[in-house]
Design a protein around this ligand. Structure first.
Ligand SMILES: Nc1nc2c([nH]c(=O)n2[C@H]2C[C@H](O)[C@@H](COP(=O)(O)OP(=O)(O)OP(=O)(O)O)O2)c(=O)[nH]1
Length: 148
């Protein structure tokens, strides 16, 4: 059987020159409580992945977003990131369009982290390769972004 698809957002301050990304801390189930993840969730049967992403961000954080490029694993083979068995995740860069992210139904804390502090969060184990890719793409806050 195909993996159940999970969709998630790397919410950043700027799609062109991201310096900060949002982590969200789960409080359930107990096995995942206290660990950090990218906001998102499971795609429902018959639902388009991006529709699921917008739905989850509205439900979990109370925001609407502009979706940018997809963050895909370097070297492939596909566009999904493996999670625990039976689950695979697709991830998109996003910026907030309306609302201010607030921990709600799924999380008990949110944190904006930069290229360095992103490694201080206790991410879910399967997220570590995703977090490496995010950290590599974030610009150090102290550095001036290259001219357009
Ligand atoms: N949202 C999200 N889930 C992740 C990440 N990393 C990771 O291993 N997961 C796992 C945790 C969960 O087992 C699964 C996502 O399920 P979920 O519980 O968030 O999904 P959901 O909001 O649709 O909730 P439900 O229908 O299962 O109640 O994927 C991540 O970065 N973001």
């Amino acid at each position: 059987m195909a993996d159940q698809l999970v969709v998630a957002a790397v919410l950043v301050d700027d799609l062109e020159h991201p310096t900060r990304a949002l982590g969200a801390r789960r409080f359930a189930p107990e096995s995942l409580a206290g660990r950090w993840e990218l906001p998102g969730g499971k795609v429902e049967p018959g639902e388009e992945p991006l529709a699921a992403l917008h739905r989850e961000l509205d439900e979990e954080l109370g925001i609407t977003v502009e979706v940018g490029d997809e963050l895909v694993p370097r070297g492939g083979p596909g566009t999904t990131w493996p999670l625990t068995s039976g689950l695979a995740m697709r991830v998109w860069w996003c910026v907030v369009r309306t609302g201010i992210p607030e921990a709600g139904a799924a999380h008990d804390a949110l944190a904006w982290v930069d290229k360095v502090s992103i490694n201080d969060l206790a991410w879910l184990d399967p997220d570590l390769p995703v977090v490496d890719a995010i950290a590599a793409a974030l610009t150090s806050p102290g550095l001036t972004a290259p001219p357009d």
